[in-house]
Structures are given as C-alpha cells and as structure tokens.
Write a protein of this length. Structure first.
Length: 246
C-alpha cells in the first residue's frame, strides 16, 4: 500500500530519518540512565547496609535476651543472699532451742548456698556470651559508618552521571522536536503507529533490490513494485510492514 501523502525526498525523508535516529538515541540514553554503574554502586552499598543493619539488629536482640537472663539470675542471687542472711540470724541469734530446728535451718542454708553458686556460675557464663557479641556489634557499627560515608559519595557521583545524561537527553529531545516539526504530519503519525513494532527501523530504504528492513530476499513482484515507485515516495513494505522509501 502506497502512503496517501506523496512526498519528495527533500520534503520529509531526511527529517523522518532524523526523527528515527533521535528516537534511537533517546532509547539508548534511557537505557544508560537506568543501568548506570554509579546506580549499581549505590544499590550495592544500600544492600550491604541493609545486610549489616539486619545483622546488628539480630545480635542486639540476642544480646538483650542474654542480659535479661543475667538480670533475672542476679535478682535471684540477691533474694537467695537475703534468705541466707535471714536464716543465719535465726540460727546464730539465740532464737533456736531445738536441735532438730537448727539442723533444718542448716540444711536449708546449705541448699541456698548451692543454688547461689549455680546462679553465680550461670551469670559468669552469660557475661562471657555477651562480651563477643558486644565486640561484633561494635565492629558492625564501624562498618555501617564506613558504608554510610561511601553511600553519600556514591549518591553524589550518581547525581553527576544522571545530570550529564539528562543534559544529553534534553538535547536529543530538542533535535527530535525540530525534525518532527519539519516532517509531514500524516507521515509522522504513520511512523509513530509503527514504533512499537519495529523500534529503530520503522523507516528503511530500498537498496534497489530489497527493503533493508526485510529479514529475507523480497519477492520479485514486490521488488519490481518498489523499483517503479518514484524516489522520495514512501510505501508500506508488504513483506515486513515497514515504511520503505527509494
């Protein structure tokens, strides 16, 4: 199908190709902006920070649980010591007259002291557990501080890189607008409708035998049709559907 607008090469060919070229440039620039090494660096540092923060939080929770257990043991030790002091007061304060009662108090005091020894040993074990955790938390905190400083620098570098691409993008957009303004409106409308299907090769040239957009050799009838099309006139290639011009 020949396009309804018959245009000479000088009218719109160079401009529609310029529009297509700038669209290709814009796609490449958008891809670059989305895949900047500086952006990947920021993402990497942010991921490391998240991992370090999670590790620190987990250690802090574990440390808190140990400290709570240690506190309960210390409170129980205090209660045991108070009870022992109370029983000692009864045993040696002249208040006991029965040997049986004295023996009972001595037995209870012995059991309490055994419990006190167990608790104090447990407290030491818990303190030994806390110490390496505290060292690891301090180490992780230092690494977090280092990564946070690196992140500030990485984000600054990303802003610079994005700014440079944005400047190039804006220049390409302006060039495209200028070319689009010089292109026939119907031709441009047709081009826009095909961009989703053909990307950077909506508009192609006929090389004398084949449409440059076709993946294979054109049938002779279609090739002859295009050969007989005046130069500068756009047609739809019946093989691939692209806009082709001699």
């Amino acid at each position: 199908m020949v396009l309804t607008a018959v245009l000479t090469y000088d009218d719109s060919v160079e401009f529609i190709f310029a529009v297509q070229e700038e669209d290709t440039v814009l796609r490449q620039l958008h891809h670059r902006r989305e895949n900047l090494p500086e952006g990947e660096n920021v993402n990497r540092i942010e991921a490391e920070l998240a991992e370090l923060s999670n590790a620190k939080q987990l250690l802090s929770v574990q440390q808190l649980e140990i400290l709570q257990r240690q506190k309960r043991c210390e409170q129980e030790v205090g209660a045991v010591e108070s009870r022992i002091s109370e029983l000692d007061g009864k045993l040696y304060g002249g208040m006991i007259t029965s040997p049986k009662e004295a023996t009972s108090l001595e037995t209870e005091i012995r059991h309490l002291k055994e419990r006190q020894d167990e608790l104090e040993e447990k407290i030491l074990e818990l303190m030994e557990e806390v110490e390496p955790q505290e060292k690891e938390i301090i180490s992780i905190s230092g690494r977090i501080a280092t990564r946070e400083t690196e992140l500030i620098t990485a984000r600054d570098e990303l802003l610079v890189a994005e700014s440079e691409i944005e400047e190039t993008l804006n220049a390409a957009v302006k060039r495209r607008e200028l070319a689009a303004n010089e292109t026939d409106s119907e031709l441009l409308k047709r081009y826009e409708s095909l961009r989703g299907a053909f990307g950077s090769s909506v508009v192609v040239k006929f090389d004398g035998n084949n449409c440059k957009g076709c993946p294979s050799t054109m049938p002779a009838m279609e090739s002859d049709r295009l050969k007989n099309t005046p130069e500068g006139v756009f047609s739809d290639c019946t093989e691939c559907g692209r806009m082709v011009v001699r």
